[in-house]
Design a protein around this ligand. Sequence first.
Ligand SMILES: Cc1ncc(COP(=O)(O)O)c(C=O)c1O
Length: 438
Amino acid sequence: MALTQERRLVTPIPGPASQALMARKHAAVPAAVATTMPVFAAEASGGIVKDVDGNQLIDLGSGIAVTTVGVSAPRVVDAVAAQAAAYTHTCFMVTPYEPYVAVAEALNRLTPGDHEKRTALFNSGAEAVENAVKIARAHTGRQAVVVFDHAYHGRTNLTMAMTAKSMPYKHGFGPFSPEVYRAPMSYPFRDGIKDGRLAAERALDVIDKQVGAANLAAVVIEPIQGEGGFVVPAEGFLAAIAQWCTENGVVFVADEVQSGFGRTGAMYACEHEGVVPDLVVTAKGVADGLPLSAVTGRAAIMDAAHASGLGGTYGGNPLACAAALATIEILEAEGLVARAGAIESLMRDRLHRVAADDPRIGDVRGRGAMIAIELVDAAGEPDAALAKRLASACHTEGVIILTCGTWGNVIRFLPPLTISDALLHEALDVLTTALQEA
Ligand SMILES: Cc1ncc(COP(=O)(O)O)c(C=O)c1O
């Protein structure tokens, strides 16, 4: 049932029912599976999450960039229910079904470029990234993979190797997969290089000298980095790297797990720079919360892996495919990609006004409904403690916000694209007050 789209606090956060559940969690779930919020969800719809104590929270996280069309969008719920009644699973590798093919066709249409494409479906972002690497290796006959500083690609063994940050993602979990090399990212706020082509030259020099194009299967990059701090590379960086890949027979892979699917005001973030990747990785926002991910790319590359070389028991599960098809319908019918642009204008305007009076906001950046503020101390150094205090104050006031960044000093905003301007303004009012008091 749809919730009223309003913030309402009826107990302190966390309330007694959440506290009791948290005690059960501590006894039953390893501490390594940590939670951002101290409350347990009971219901959610649109831009509101209601907790087990009856508090209604404004959702500026979308379950980490997943519920782009609004959590439990009615059309998605109906499509999943109908699909569940028809069949929950047959395994596409045993008895294939039409919704998988329909999702592949849709992603072939929606991803950048009008070349011939193929799509393979998986379950999680990390699994899809791993498969993009497998495909690139099969196509090139080479092994090395280049990733970037601050990158996040997942928590499986290969994607831990590809992820930059040690704590909490990698610490104590090695050894990691070999043949993964790291190049400097373009991070204009921190490296001061505003010309993307210069930043690319720096990265390509490292790649050339330390890896060598002849050994390199793929360059994997987030067009806007997610967990690493919503880092938007300087204009021209992505295009220069992509061009070098084309000239050297290296597969250019855009990991659009967080930045894709309408989130940034384009269907895929690399479109803002006119970049057409060889392979695109999609997950998160594609299926409104059902586990689905995809690798989409040039037919010649995607078809390089041998028959039965790709797959998995659940990849492209029919319920997730039904959810994806409904999600795509909603995105297109409701013009939500354009709505992300309007959210960007509203948020930038508000955040720049706060930043003008508060030097602790070092940078306001991002695109569409993927916006962040980077918090710094008086010396311009990352201020993770402030980010923590601010996030916690917002949580207590009933606003779900997330932190990110290599130094943990970035507050990121990922509202559902269906959220009202009124809820956004209210959440930003809470943030503004919390910042004044932090
Ligand atoms: C850019 C990027 N790649 C990969 C992943 C991993 O996705 P998953 O958590 O679904 O495995 C994430 C998750 O946050 C991500 O942001």
